[in-house]
Every structure is written in structure tokens, then in C-alpha cells.
Design a protein around this ligand. Structure first.
Ligand SMILES: Cc1cc2nc3c(=O)[nH]c(=O)nc-3n(C[C@H](O)[C@H](O)[C@H](O)COP(=O)(O)O)c2cc1C
Length: 152
């Protein structure tokens, strides 16, 4: 797809078929997400992919019961990595690592759209619950949750 068409066609998808995107496509989305710019090239972010199951159901609950999160075949969780941004002090921790993460989210949404895979940027969640569900270490702060699946 042409770049402008990808941007124009991307929209939030909140209902998915059961047919899962291939592992190869998920890998491509991850790769393009990680090519987003980052402060000092430090990539102060971490992206996890969770297959549909008990954890994604728990993530949906952490998103205030946004059930579509638990219904997607895959869920990506984007975290800021405050451990990797220490060189930039408070500005790094309060701003750069969050922007690094947001840039990666947008890349992921656009690559998913390019592959014909639906996604949605979900920001309304309880970060402490997400941390608990995924057993995240202290240096990873969840910023965005992105379910992936073919639009129903
Ligand atoms: C920071 C951020 C947080 C968002 N949080 C949610 C959310 O919790 N649940 C949801 O369904 N959509 C969420 N969205 C998606 C927006 O509702 C959506 O992007 C907007 O309505 C525009 O629609 P479009 O994505 O189809 O262009 C979020 C988007 C952003 C950028």
C-alpha cells in the first residue's frame, strides 16, 4: 500500500475475527515499531506481545473492562523503559522515554494497517494492574496497549 493510503486507511478496530495474524506479520509489526526514533537512539522502550488467553483477559479487566482487548488474537503492550534513559535525567524519565514509546506505538499501528491487520491504541488502563498481570520489573512503565487482529 502507498504510505498516504496506509495513513488514511488506519482506524481503530475494536472487533476481531478469530483468525489470528501470522507470527511473521506480528514480527514485522514489532520490527517496524522498533525502528521509530528515540532520544539519543537509546530506544528507551520495551514491547511485549501476548497471545489471546487468560493474560489478555486480565489485561482487558485492567483496561476497565474494555472487552475487545481480551478478544484480540494478540495484544501488544508498550512500556517506557526508565532504566535505559537515565543519561537524560528527569527530562529523560518524564518525557523522552514516553515519547520514544509513543513513536513506536504509531509505527506499529501504521504497519498493522499496511498488513491489513486491525489495531487500536488503548491508553485507558490501570498501570499497576497491567504491571501485576505481566509481572513487569520496576523500570518498565506501561504506556499503551494495542490489540491486533483482523477486523470483523
Ligand atoms: C493516547 C490514546 C489513548 C487511547 N485510549 C483508548 C482507549 O482506552 N480505548 C479505546 O477504545 N480507544 C482509545 N484510543 C483510540 C481513540 O479513541 C481513537 O484513535 C480516536 O477516536 C480516533 O479514531 P481512529 O483511531 O479510528 O482514527 C486512544 C488513542 C490514543 C492516541
Amino acid at each position: 500500500m502507498q504510505f498516504d493510503d496506509v495513513v488514511r486507511n488506519r482506524h481503530s478496530v475494536r472487533s476481531y475475527t478469530n483468525f489470528p495474524p501470522s507470527g511473521t506479520d506480528v514480527q514485522r509489526i514489532l520490527e517496524i515499531a522498533n525502528m521509530a526514533p528515540s532520544a539519543g537512539g537509546l530506544k528507551a522502550r520495551n514491547i511485549m506481545v501476548v497471545r489471546k488467553g487468560s493474560k489478555t483477559e486480565a489485561l482487558a479487566e485492567a483496561c476497565g473492562g474494555q472487552q475487545f482487548v481480551g478478544e484480540a488474537p494478540f495484544v501488544m503492550v508498550f512500556c517506557a523503559d526508565i532504566g535505559r534513559i537515565k543519561a537524560y535525567g528527569e527530562r529523560g524519565e518524564k518525557l523522552y522515554c514516553i515519547q520514544d514509546t509513543a513513536a513506536a506505538v504509531q509505527n506499529a499501528l501504521l504497519k498493522a494497517a499496511d498488513l491489513g491487520i486491525g489495531s487500536c491504541w488503548v491508553g485507558d488502563f490501570d498501570p499497576e494492574k497491567v504491571t501485576q498481570v505481566l509481572g513487569l520489573p520496576d523500570h518498565l512503565i506501561p504506556q499503551a496497549i494495542v490489540p491486533l487482529g483482523y477486523e470483523e
